[in-house]
Design a protein around this ligand. Sequence first.
Ligand SMILES: [Zn+2]
Length: 445
Amino acid sequence: MSDAELVLRSTRVITPEGTRAASVTVAGGTITAVLPYDADVPAGARLEDLGDDVLLPGLVDTHVHVNDPGRTEWEGFWTATRAAAAGGVTTLIDMPLNSVPPTTTVDHLRTKRHVARDKAHVDVGFWGGALPDNVKDLRPLHDAGVFGFKAFLSPSGVDEFPHLDQEQLARSLAEIAGFGGLLIVHAEDPHHLAAAPQQGGPKYADFLASRPRDAEDTAIAHLIAQAKRLDARVHVLHLSSGDALPLIAAARAEGVRITVETCPHYLTLTAEEVPDGASEFKCCPPIREAANQDLLWQALADGTIDCVVTDHSPSTADLKTDDFATAWGGISGLQLSLPAVWTQARARGHGLEDVVRWMSASTARLAGLDRKGAIEAGRDADFAVLAPDQTFTVDPAALQHRNRVTAYAGRTLCGVVKSTWLRGERIVADGAFTEPKGRLLGRTD
Ligand SMILES: [Zn+2]
């Protein structure tokens, strides 16, 4: 590899074959080889010796609400992608809702891409949205490069993104299956939600009771039935209910094409510890009990859950009132997802290889991003450099997202991201950022 421009050397490089001491050569933004640790540095190449810090593939976060344009007081491409870069995330895929317009027509997609273009510190892609009345827009959006389509089965929280009933779901899913697309679903059943006690107020236990596990379980059962009937590819977003796991495992065993993600907050925070009135912990579906959390970890270990993504969904602080019924639901975790998950994963006996599989390799595969998600020749030279044993206490003032509300404030986490690299360029190190170098990605198939 005489044309290598850069060599990143570490005693711990996480590759698809495991962790090993290696020298990773980079040319033109692409990984050209993973060589033995003490390989000669090619003439003209710059050596970056990372010592014992771990070199891992940049994370691919397929569930981020950037809200830009339209709700830029909540978040935006500039701030969200800086938070991503600071947290070792090198690719994010933006959700179609909470921006105005939502990503539900090709025109809207064009607007979003235009807004994102000069602000992206990391690579950015887009999900489309499936609404009751946009079936005709799905194929054009697919052709324009969205990675798949998001649908809600219960109210989304914003008027411009209505949910699908079962008949509408069937219609959209049939259309999407027709061109080999992917439907990603917020799975809570509206009838079960309506039947649950809706107390309101500041008590977390009341909020939890208002979004019961069986609302998720039922919606997932319906989704599985539709996917099976249509031989469609579906993905369950932000799974919280551990009770749905046997259903999912059984569907997979039968050959249903279903994948599943969960989120750092479900894996690291528990209902028992949420203070009353603390709506920075509110999201839907909700953070559940510790015993439920154990089921999610078990499912990550046995492969029933594929991915861990943030569902980063900020709002302004004033919408985070102390009434759980009316406060905005969404947790801002983009910058902290790697240390949050790693802290809990290692306490449960997992290695960083597992974290990389859940947060980079599997998410890249979900989106079909075959240049992302692994340190191997031919992939983009996107990396996070992590000091895995170093701890820090979360100070909201150090976060890059627009509204520094966080459920992780004051927590001590393990794993400090020292630098993040995008296509062979260091985009952030020790809190200093370069100008935006991210690209807008489209689906490739
Ligand atoms: Zn979301």
